[in-house]
Design a protein around this ligand. Structure first.
Ligand code: HEC
Ligand code: HEC
Length: 285
């Protein structure tokens, strides 16, 4: 073999090995990865104690959102038949994720980020359902929802349909996929002046939304590619540190509710893809 042929052979072998490693991840493992890291389901659905999330009661219901339009509590999504989603069919779970519907009763409040999940590939969606089914059932009855005003269901632009395999092979498009299911832009986009939904048209990534909590009030920051107002002049590592450790370029600490500890468990390749996508977000001052 010539040197070129040897190199070609080794490259093909490495690619084949990477392929096997990727397919070796079962659907359930893929679902676990998505739920426990990038999609930050625990950030809302796992009860919080004085020392943070109570993982012994993982996903059994948690955060309450008492807002002008509704007063809802993140549901128990463990397979407990009485207080969780143990009696739901796979199709009903998929519909809750994609459409924000439940088998009986009104549409889910938009805090449940279902407007960001239609982009999920069928394989990833099945993985999420398989993982939820595999959780230990936890009996925990959360207070029922109260809806005060009609709720609107806004689908994130670009997330209308499952992403294709060819798009997922492109780094920044895969970053868009991950940032979408991580619902980054839900927090980092300004509410529309019309009063319904967020202004993705003119304020994507611009920041400004306020998040009150035990930490005081945090204000989502500008994460567009603007060098002046956004993260355009941050290095890749600085952006990754902000996402995974909640530390800014200047070293200061970021406040909740962004799910830093969950994003921290993402693979480096996935973080790189998210950074590549952020670099493409048009600058907003
Ligand atoms: C930002 C907070 C938040 C995140 C993140 C979130 N959810 Fe939810 N979810 C909620 C809230 C709040 C409700 C209840 C809304 C209501 O009652 O109208 C809900 C409802 C649901 C329901 C309906 C259950 C029922 O009994 O009605 C399912 C299923 C669900 N979420 C699954 C998930 C999964 C899986 C993830 C991660 C992939 C996730 N959620 C991420 C807040 C969140
Ligand atoms: C639940 C809401 C929420 C979600 C989801 C969210 N963020 Fe944030 N993010 C915030 C808030 C609020 C701040 C500012 C906190 C502070 O200033 O203390 C912030 C800060 C940041 C910063 C620091 C910017 C700066 O100038 O300091 C970056 C970078 C960032 N977010 C990127 C992301 C990315 C990428 C995602 C998705 C993977 C994401 N965020 C998801 C709410 C959120």
């Amino acid at each position: 073999m010539t040197r070129g042929a040897v190199f070609g052979f080794l490259a093909a072998l490495a690619a084949a090995t990477a392929q096997t490693a990727a397919t070796a991840q079962t659907s359930l493992e893929r679902g676990r990865y998505l739920v426990d890291t990038v999609m930050t389901c625990h950030n809302c659905h796992t009860p919080k104690g004085p020392n943070g999330p109570q993982f012994d009661k993982a996903l059994s219901g948690g955060l309450r959102f008492d807002e002008p339009a509704f007063d809802v509590t993140a549901s128990n999504i463990t397979p407990d038949r009485d207080t969780g989603i143990g009696s739901w069919s796979d199709a009903e779970i998929r519909a809750a994720l994609l459409e924000g519907t439940r088998p009986a009763g009104p549409h889910l409040a938009p805090v449940m980020p279902s407007g960001y999940y239609k982009i999920l590939t069928p394989g990833d969606l099945d993985g999420i359902v398989a993982y939820l089914r595999s959780l230990p059932p936890v009996a925990n009855k959360v207070p029922g929802p109260v809806y005060k005003l009609p709720v609107s269901h806004q689908v994130f632009p670009g997330a209308e349909k499952p992403m294709s395999a060819s798009d997922l092979a492109d780094k920044s498009k895969r970053g868009f996929y991950l940032a979408t299911i991580a619902h980054c832009m839900e927090c980092h986009t300004t509410p529309a002046s019309s009063g319904t939904g967020l202004d993705f048209q003119d304020s994507l990534g611009k920041g400004g939304r306020q998040f009150p909590g035990p930490w005081g009030v945090s204000v989502a920051r500008n994460i567009t590619s603007s060098k002046r107002a956004g993260t355009g002049d941050w290095s890749d590592d600085e952006i990754k540190r902000a996402i995974t450790q909640g530390v800014r370029k200047d070293g200061s600490k970021l406040k909740p509710p962004m799910g830093y500890p969950f994003y921290a468990k993402m693979t480096d390749g996935d973080l790189d893809a998210i950074v590549a996508y952020l670099r493409t977000v048009p600058a907003k001052e």
